[in-house]
Write a protein that binds this ligand. Structure first.
Ligand SMILES: NC(=O)c1ccc[n+]([C@@H]2O[C@H](COP(=O)([O-])OP(=O)(O)OC[C@H]3O[C@@H](n4cnc5c(N)ncnc54)[C@H](OP(=O)(O)O)[C@@H]3O)[C@@H](O)[C@H]2O)c1
Length: 369
């Protein structure tokens, strides 16, 4: 590992004046859930308790990272509380703090879920309390909510900006038309549109390129890829045919019970997956890097990506991931090879429409949709 490249660069987050490090520290693996809600992920034995979480946070900040991503539901609020304690001890104002709202925080109360004005107003206060701060830099809708009028959600978010509880808002887990509707509704009611889109994005998950990221490019929205190593699969940890222990890796844990988030069965005998790992290994060796570093670097070189949200269950993993941030690049040929190998194959209409548009893209340099 080339430690001279440990660190980050700073970039604007979308069409805004906010500067963030190009590697953001994801806080989903901090804290264990005491609740049955969302327990599937947060009872993972790989989750870190407070002291180990603080070590990872301090290492991240020591390497120049200034951007933390958490959510009200991560470990049932424990992730926010752990981060809040760290921020209190280390100077909150030096950091860009992001959280999210949308999923249920109390299954017995129908108003503690969704993107209603009521839930947003209650959830922000709980998040601020947990994080020991009086403002969030970025507040993100965790997923589209089909049960609530989008204008209600946006007016509530705008009010939070006006009363200084949040500085900016962003979105996560939306389809292309939903993101465009959010942007257009913001313009209609005279509020600032979202500055960021947090979406699952990696060499093993590129569906958002089809629609959502086109909206980002047209509207100046910064992409924040999450699960950039696809839960840890973009490493050389998983050998074909090996039995996975539930306690050794997140993938092993997720493979140990049926869940809607991730299916190990899709990968364990998948030639395409192992071939990708071989190619990544070759590129990594050529560049004196590792597979995670090449995978993160590929994301950083993609259009509209502002900051990649990395996860780490140890300081060692974090240091490895932080070597993707600055001082080196993948060559055009390496980017193309990885692009081609992992391209999402789409049928009509997407495939055909994209192909027909290709020769017109960029032909009018003045055009902004
Ligand atoms: N908006 C959303 O809906 C959403 C959803 C998911 C995540 N997120 C955000 O995105 C952040 C990152 O997502 P993620 O945790 O899924 O990212 P990821 O990078 O795909 O997976 C992280 C896991 O991979 C393993 N890993 C990481 N670096 C490694 C390395 N260098 N070598 C070997 N193993 C390594 C670790 O698990 P093991 O050591 O246990 O194998 C780690 O916990 C989250 O913390 C959260 O902030 C958002």
């Amino acid at each position: 590992m080339a430690s001279d490249n440990l660190g980050v660069e700073y970039t604007f987050l979308g069409n805004s004046g906010l500067k963030v490090s190009n590697l953001c520290l994801g806080c989903m693996q901090f804290g264990k859930s005491k609740s049955k809600i969302h327990g599937a992920i947060f009872n993972n034995p790989r989750q870190l308790l407070e002291e180990a979480s603080h070590e990872v946070m301090s290492k991240y900040a020591g390497l120049g990272g200034n951007f933390f991503d958490t959510a009200d539901v991560y470990s049932f609020g424990e992730s926010e509380r752990i981060l809040g304690k760290w921020l209190e001890a280390n100077g909150r104002d030096k950091y860009v703090v992001a959280s999210k709202v949308r999923f249920t925080t109390d299954q017995t109360d129908p108003n503690k879920e969704g993107l209603s004005r009521r839930h947003i107003m209650a959830s922000i206060d709980r998040s601020l309390d947990n994080l020991k701060t009086n403002y969030l830099d970025l507040y993100q809708t965790h997923m589209w909510d089909p049960a609530v009028p989008i204008i209600e959600t946006l007016r509530a978010l705008n009010d939070l900006v006006r009363i200084n509880k949040i500085r900016y808002f962003g979105c996560s887990n939306v389809k292309g038309w939903q993101l465009q509707k959010i942007v257009d509704t913001c313009k209609e009611i005279g509020m600032s549109p979202p500055i960021s889109l947090q979406q699952q994005y990696s060499l093993l998950s590129r569906y958002s390129e089809l629609e959502e990221f086109e909206v980002c490019a047209n509207e100046g929205i910064g992409i924040l890829p999450y699960s950039p190593l696809h839960n840890g699969l973009l490493t050389d940890k998983f050998k074909r045919g090996a039995q996975l222990a539930a306690t050794d890796t997140r993938v092993g844990w997720l493979a140990s019970f049926p869940n809607p988030f991730f299916q190990w069965d899709q990968y364990k005998d998948n030639d395409r997956y192992y071939h990708l790992i071989d190619v990544l290994s070759g590129i990594a060796k050529k560049n004196s890097r590792t597979i995670p570093q090449v995978s993160l670097r590929w994301l950083l070189q993609k259009q509209s990506v502002a900051s990649v949200i990395v996860g780490a269950t140890s300081v060692k993993q974090l240091e490895e991931n932080m070597c993707a941030g600055k001082g080196w690049k993948l060559g055009d040929d390496e980017m193309e090879q990885l692009d081609e190998m992992t391209n999402v194959v789409v049928e009509y209409p997407h495939g055909r429409l994209n192909q027909s548009s290709a020769n017109r893209i960029g032909s009018n340099p003045f055009l902004k949709h």
